[in-house]
Design a binder for this molecule. Structure first.
Ligand code: CTP
Ligand code: ZN
Length: 154
């Protein structure tokens, strides 16, 4: 129940609520999922108070349900995101995200000489560590770590 202090973002009838997104990763999540091109109704909350995270973000997408392989990619930027599947206004399922074993697209290889930085080759990495994240490039084998992570089309 909403207490007097809570910010209220309206409930949705059917769809997915992605909660506990770090405040500064909200738009990266939108981009990773390609939601800006889908024409769905979406509601965002940013800088909401969270006991666990300080400030968090939330995304509600109406009429959209995600396969694990699709949604798990957001673990790169929102490792503690919680999914709530809503049907008929009820939360019917809660899921967590977990980083997949490989990442295609999304992240740039930090090796300036890598082919992916010079030709139209989609970056592809093997996840070699999860916390903190580190990725090994499929093409040049160099490691891109969390600290140096840059995103495609940023
Ligand atoms: N929600 C929604 N529309 C609904 C039902 C729920 O947008 N019809 C949202 C709520 O606003 C909340 C999230 O889905 O952000 C999870 O709902 P619920 O499990 O009821 O909230 P909490 O118990 O606070 O969840 P948690 O403790 O997992 O954060
Ligand atoms: Zn590379």
């Amino acid at each position: 129940m909403a207490s007097g202090k809570e910010l209220v973002v309206s409930a949705i009838e059917n769809g997915t609520v992605i909660d506990h997104i770090p405040a500064d990763a909200l738009f990266k999540v939108v981009k990773i999922l390609g939601l800006e091109n889908e024409g769905r109704q979406m509601t965002f909350g940013v800088n909401l108070e969270s006991r666990r995270m300080g400030r968090k973000g939330i995304i509600k997408v109406a009429e959209r349900f995600f396969e694990p392989a699709e949604i798990n990619r957001i673990a790169l930027v929102a490792p503690h995101a919680k999914l709530n599947i809503i049907r008929n206004y009820e939360v019917t399922e809660k899921r967590e995200v977990s980083l997949p074993d490989s990442i295609v697209g999304i992240v740039k290889c930090m090796n300036p000489k890598c082919i992916t930085n010079h030709q139209a080759v989609m970056p592809k990495f093997e996840v070699v560590s999860r916390d903190p994240v580190s990725l090994r490039c499929h093409y040049c084998e160099k490691i891109t770590d969390q600290e140096h992570m840059e995103y495609l089309n940023d």
